[in-house]
Design a protein around this ligand. Structure first.
Ligand code: M6R
Length: 600
């Protein structure tokens, strides 16, 4: 995923920027670049591939006297990974680095083309710097031109812009993607980064910019165009910085789901259409059925997607646990598209299932987070989830990105097969586009789960119940809780209670009921009433108040069940984590578990 760094001060700018980019390397990237300025002298360096290539290109200028510079690592979204598409992008006299996506870049670009602007890249970023110059050429006021530019952009964008029209300054703005500005340890020194790791050791005080906040900095002054900011103390340890100030990697990963899902959708959802550059639409030729194999959390994401493939793409879909699939002597026919879903791409059972399908001549596709993993090397097609490295053993952002990829895929298939009306397809895409916002952790909600967690540290078990896609979500909620709290938890379809599990109901059985407004609310309600009548302790998660709840976590009133799904997902993740913390467990490395299961 993309990374941003910026520096203004008296030290070796090139070295600081390269070291900063190195700290962001773990996020993944396919090209990198720098723009270095000294007054009106500007030098730009770009390289494809690893940072070493950029370092090589800049090695002769390592003892330079550039007063400021901006740097970027790019993960290709709009346009292929090429040097031309690498950042910084330039106009006639200005340079920009950008994280995020400009949703209205096409309209802006068309209008600028008519006014004579020439573009050399395929990126959405290049339009920002041209728009800035277009406005500045008219008003000759770079600060106002920057503000006017920002006001015309839609989407997610964190940017640093430098311009010969106002040399020795860095303009910055944050919206959606993260951006931090820090006061350096030396006098007249300022630094920027898209996460705090590059700043550790170089600065102590920083502003974690809020959405909609920007400004301009020179050696003499930092001006923020808003009152909405506070100075924070940066962490001193890199390990802590890697957690972005969170207590655990799991917490950090829950909190970054909004951002990684945005990354995951970049270039795939645009202009109200779904596109996957990495697969060909002929993938569905001759296909009548989808079979998905996976394990654990990835299996739950796959289960949820089976509802979507049948409902939206109108393709028969069934999902199997990979370890079961391998030994059942499955009937494999080549009208089946065989999909495996895996965070690591290394899980032994899933990998073997994939090999079996491939050997039987089926078309194969892997939905995976790790490029160049074993599964991506075996499968005919790969879709990367772009979640970034997941360190917590309990998967969180892997699940949300997998589910989003599979939802997008079901809509892409619906488009190919014309299985949905235009209006319905648009409605789905509209809802999908809102997922990143829905995943942003609401502080009040987090606090509520923290307070509630103290009541759920004992008991003889937990039932997580839901219907439709909320059934796999219930399974995932139960898995999260048992993995890190070591409490017994099971997920059930809520309609199944009366067929056996309800025999366990008593006050020491905790029911976590997923009660979305937009999917079978009345049906789930009856199932929860049955449990309540048998004295089970009920914690309901719903936008609608439910009078029989012992505890109630109110979610927002949303107009699509999948948006409720993602909001409830965050609640379940936070609740498990808070219970685990209270129990004093190792949240990130739970007992008996490994991050990647490469044995059967
Ligand atoms: O890397 P994979 O997605 O193939 O891993 C599959 C499971 O081992 C994994 O999802 C596991 O269940 C997680 N620890 C759950 O949090």
């Amino acid at each position: 995923m993309c990374g941003i760094v910026g520096y203004l001060g008296n030290k070796n700018t090139t070295k600081i920027l390269l070291e900063g980019l190195k700290e962001l390397e773990y996020r993944g990237y396919d090209s990198a670049g720098l723009a270095l300025l000294n007054g009106e002298d500007i030098e730009v360096y770009k390289a494809l591939g690893k940072l070493e290539n950029l370092r090589e290109k800049t090695k002769n200028i390592l003892n330079n006297s550039f007063e400021l510079g901006i740097g970027h690592t790019r993960w290709a979204t709009h346009g292929k990974p090429t040097e031309l598409n690498a950042h910084p992008h330039s106009g006639q006299y200005s340079y920009i680095v950008h994280n995020g996506i400009i949703e209205n870049y096409k309209e802006i670009k068309d209008s600028l083309l008519l006014q004579g602007h020439k573009f050399i890249s395929q990126t959405d970023t290049e339009v920002i710097v041209h728009l800035f110059e277009n406005i500045n050429n008219k008003i000759n006021d770079p600060k106002q031109a920057f503000k006017d530019t920002i006001s015309k952009l839609k989407g997610a964008f964190s940017i640093l812009l430098v311009t010969k029209a106002d040399p020795n300054k860095i303009y910055f703005f944050k919206n959606g993607s993260p951006l931090i500005v820090a006061k350096g340890n030396e006098k007249q020194e300022f630094l920027f980064a898209s996460s705090d790791a590059p700043l550790i050791g170089l600065a102590q005080n920083a502003i974690y910019l809020e959405d909609g906040v920007g400004g301009v900095v020179s050696k003499e002054e930092l001006e923020i165009f808003s009152d909405n900011y506070i100075w924070s103390i940066l962490p001193t340890s890199k390990q802590f910085a890697q957690k972005n100030g969170h207590r655990f990697f799991m917490e950090k990963e829950i909190y970054e789901q909004g951002d990684v899902v945005s990354d995951c959708m970049l270039g795939r959802v645009k202009d109200n259409e779904i596109n996957f550059d990495e697969i060909d639409s002929s993938i569905l030729d001759g296909i009548n059925e989808i079979k998905i194999c996976a394990c654990g959390t990835s299996y739950h994401a796959s289960m949820a997607s089976a509802y979507l493939f049948e409902r939206l793409s109108k393709i028969r879909c069934n999902v199997e646990i990979a370890s079961e699939f391998r030994y059942k002597e499955p009937l494999l026919t080549n009208d089946t598209l065989f999909i495996v879903v895996s965070q690591s791409g290394e899980t032994a059972d899933t990998l073997e299932a994939l090999k079996m399908a491939k050997n039987a001549g089926l078309k194969t596709l892997v939905v995976c987070n790790v490029n160049n993993s074993s599964m991506t090397r075996v499968a005919n097609n790969t879709i990367l989830t772009r979640a970034g490295i997941e360190k917590g053993v309990a998967s969180t952002k892997a699940f949300s990105t997998q589910t989003v990829v599979l939802w997008m895929l079901s809509l892409y298939f619906a488009k190919i097969k014309s299985s949905l009306s235009k209006e319905l397809l648009q409605k789905e895409i509209q809802a999908l586009s809102q997922v990143p916002k829905v995943l942003v952790v609401n502080n009040k909600l987090h606090e509520k789960t923290r307070r509630l967690s103290k009541r759920y540290l004992h008991g003889h078990g937990f039932f997580f119940i839901g219907r439709d896609v909320f059934y796999p979500l219930a399974l995932e909620g139960a898995l999260k809780l048992k993995e890190i709290s070591y409490l017994h938890a099971e997920g059930y379809p809520s309609g199944e209670m009366k067929h056996g599990p309800i025999a366990l109901a008593d006050p020491e059985l905790f029911t976590i009921a997923l009660m979305p407004k937009n999917s079978l609310y009345e049906k789930v309600k009856s199932n929860v009433e049955e449990l309540s009548a048998r004295d089970s302790t009920i914690c309901s998660i719903s936008p609608l108040h439910f009078e029989l709840s012992d505890d109630f976590i109110k979610t927002n009133d949303r107009d699509h069940y999948m948006l409720e799904f993602f909001e409830m997902l965050v609640v379940l993740q936070l609740l498990s984590m808070e219970i685990s913390i209270r129990l004093g467990n190792d949240v990130d490395m739970p007992r008996n578990l490994a991050k990647s299961v490469t044995v059967e």
